[in-house]
Design a protein around this ligand. Structure first.
Ligand SMILES: Cc1ncc(COP(=O)(O)O)c(C=O)c1O
Length: 365
């Protein structure tokens, strides 16, 4: 039985906000584990940026000051999305992987008497290879292995007991496995890591489109995400606890201040896509207010949006479609499916017909 939140999800109105769905005709975008489509307001924000202020930030003229202001607003928006303590804890860049690399390189220079990095074997390669590269800097990798049960492969935080010690510098793990979809109790990971003085690095890329993120409640130290999974164009962002990132020797040019967020933003990045990220958060906020009118704060509206999406994805989004829809969908879906990937795409843009495509294509994959 779908819960009340799931029943309130306005799927038809939501689909109308995505011009790509209209333009695609019968084609089903089923590869959304690899990236989402964008709502109309994101497209408008990117276009407006490129037409009105496609210039470098930091200049003493109007258009450049507008870029600075837009980036400031985008930081505020993403800070609300992850419930950060402040907008200065949010940095923008290319993608999650490049942020993992930048932060891991800095962590590698601060191992000291804590040479051990705990990694899970259920993580995406981006959150494994980057840390494995630190072995050259003297790091020792300690593996947190998934257990395979009736419900598939899962990471059990109790298994961290003997792995996390006073020799641990950091535990890096995902919030949700991109291979199996299983969730990780990352608040418990943080509790265990902090109990021995270690830090926690979270990969939110797979989880972010499917539920609320609250870095304060999770009590993590670093979190990376790719905006294009959450309705923005191709770009990434990192949230870092202010005190943690300010202690790290990140790579930066001499003229860049040694404080967050500047110290994590090497060179120029795609400002138009940051404008898109800002609009994507606006879209989610609007969805939250639509689902539960009268909610006061932005962070609360975003939490409602993501909680409602999660409920919808657990319920009606994955409900069985009528057989006629299955037949049509099987013809439409094949071109959208990458046979090489086994991960399942689930997203709250689905109606009954496209869900049937999901069922059929998952069997093929
Ligand atoms: C869980 C997870 N982590 C990291 C990544 C890497 O993301 P990006 O290529 O945006 O750096 C992905 C990509 O799909 C992913 O699913």
């Amino acid at each position: 039985m779908p819960d009340q939140l799931a029943l309130e999800f306005p799927v038809d109105d939501v689909r109308r906000r995505f011009p790509a769905l209209e333009r695609a005709g019968p084609f089903v975008f089923f590869d959304n584990a690899a990236g989402a489509q964008i709502p109309d307001t994101v497209l408008e924000a990117v276009t407006d940026h490129l037409l009105a202020r496609n210039v470098q930030r930091g200049g003493p003229y109007r258009q450049s000051r507008e870029v600075d202001a837009m980036i400031g607003r985008a930081r505020e928006s993403v800070a609300a999305f992850v419930n950060a303590c402040g907008a200065d804890e949010v940095a923008f860049g290319l993608n999650a992987t490049s942020f993992i690399r930048a932060i891991s390189l800095a962590v590698g220079q601060t191992l000291g008497s804590r040479p051990e990095i705990v990694l899970s074997d259920l993580d995406h390669e981006a959150n494994i290879a980057t840390w494995l590269a630190l072995e050259r800097a003297g790091a020792r990798i300690v593996w947190w292995r998934a257990r395979v049960g009736d419900d598939g492969a899962r990471l059990h935080t109790a298994d961290l007991g003997p792995l996390v010690t006073e020799r641990t510098r950091l535990v890096a793990c995902t919030m949700a496995s991109n291979a199996t979809g299983s969730l990780v109790d990352v608040a418990d990971v943080a509790w265990r890591a902090h109990a021995v003085g270690a830090e926690v690095f979270l990969d939110a890329v797979h989880y972010a489109p499917h539920g609320p993120i609250d870095v304060q409640a999770l009590d993590c130290d670093y979190l990376v995400c790719s905006g294009y999974k959450v309705f923005a164009p191709h770009m990434g962002f990192a949230w870092c606890r202010r005190e943690a990132i300010n202690r790290l020797p990140t790579f930066r040019e001499d003229f860049i201040p040694d404080v967050t967020p500047d110290k994590l933003e090497a060179g120029t990045y795609a400002y138009e896509n940051v404008a898109g990220m800002e609009a994507a958060v606006g879209y989610l906020e609007h969805l939250g207010r639509r689902c539960h009118p009268g909610r006061a704060t932005r962070a609360e509206a975003l939490r409602v949006a993501m909680t409602t999406i999660a409920a919808y994805e657990r319920g009606p989004c994955m409900a069985s479609p009528p057989p006629s829809a299955c037949a049509t969908a099987s013809r439409r879906c094949a071109s959208a499916w990458r046979v090489s990937t086994r991960r399942r795409s689930r997203q709250a843009l689905r109606d009954a017909t496209s869900v049937s495509a999901a069922a059929i294509c998952t069997r093929r994959g």
